[in-house]
Design a protein around this ligand. Structure first.
Ligand code: FE2
Length: 293
């Protein structure tokens, strides 16, 4: 089911937050004034009490579903049993958006606890396009693809990430989730300009934005000696806010989620990040409107 234009305007006007299990009971009890909630379905598939609480929230919040267990880039195919379980949850929640990562995390039926990088080749493009069609058919709705956080380049790649994203949109007509913090940290780690990456991103396909905190780790192999790791364990960093403003000027106002997964703060701090995103977005929209270009 497609998101309606009214829902889209509502989502784009007020930032949402990733809802993690430690916050679930408090969110149910206090109904914090954030725009919407994004969940990982894998947290609720074997969690009937959690699901009961989540269903209660559907009355008051738009919900989006962000999968971490659908390994769209796996060479050995999609786990159809997992896909059916996610479909059953999606049917109960009727989410406004469903998304997952341009990555792989399963091999030989074993789930690896990571989102692993893909070589950007024609073969990978065919694999991802085939799996994306299977996932969208299996879920009965559109499935947004998120750009990864990148730490290494794969020697066999014949395309850059941005070229691959354009090719994927051209071949499948899919829509994209642009994780702005991933763009910033990948640009730092791989030595490219994140602003240019946003400028070249397939803007017409963007349907959602993410922001999350990263962790700087010492790494001799990275220029400057610091690797940025997508831990979602901190507040959004200043350079990511600046890049978010640039993304809003480029893509217009888009539904935005704050992701925070580890070392979770109090709910008020998480909600504060969402309000901050609202402020940055409003100011960026004003600049966009004032700029005839
Ligand atoms: Fe993300």
């Amino acid at each position: 089911m497609a998101i309606t234009s009214n829902e889209r305007i509502r989502l784009a006007d007020r930032t949402g937050v990733g809802l993690r299990l430690p916050h679930l009971a408090e969110v149910v009890a206090t109904r914090p004034p954030v725009g919407w909630l994004e969940i990982h379905p894998e947290n609720f598939l074997a969690n009937p009490h959690g699901l009961e609480l989540l269903i209660d929230l559907v009355r008051d919040y738009p919900i989006s579903v962000h999968t971490v267990g659908i390994s769209i880039g796996s060479a050995d195919g999609i786990d159809r049993a997992h896909l059916r379980r996610v479909r059953a949850l999606v049917d109960r929640l009727n989410p406004v958006l469903v998304s997952g990562h341009l990555a792989w995390s399963m091999h030989g039926g074993t789930y690896l606890n990571d989102l692993l990088p893909l070589p950007y080749t024609e073969e990978t493009l065919r694999t991802v396009a085939t799996h994306l069609a299977e996932v969208q058919d299996g879920l009965g709705r559109a499935y947004l693809i998120e750009n990864p956080s990148t730490y290494v380049s794969i020697a066999t790649s014949t395309m850059t990430e941005i070229e691959f994203l354009h090719a994927l949109v051209d071949v499948t007509g899919c829509r994209l989730l642009c994780d702005v913090s991933n763009v910033y940290l990948s640009g730092h780690n791989m030595g490219y300009d994140p602003y240019e990456f946003i400028d070249r991103f397939p803007a017409g396909a963007v349907a959602e934005l993410h922001l999350g905190g990263f962790t700087a780790e010492e790494d001799e192999a990275t220029p400057g000696g610091t690797l940025l790791v997508d831990t979602h364990a901190h507040a959004v960093a200043a350079p990511s806010w600046d890049l978010y403003a640039h993304a809003v000027r480029r893509f217009g106002s888009q539904p935005t989620i704050i992701e925070w997964d580890d070392e979770l703060p109090g709910l008020a701090i998480l909600a504060g990040e969402a309000y901050k995103a609202d402020g940055v977005r409003e100011r960026a929209k004003e600049v966009r409107h004032a700029d005839p270009c």
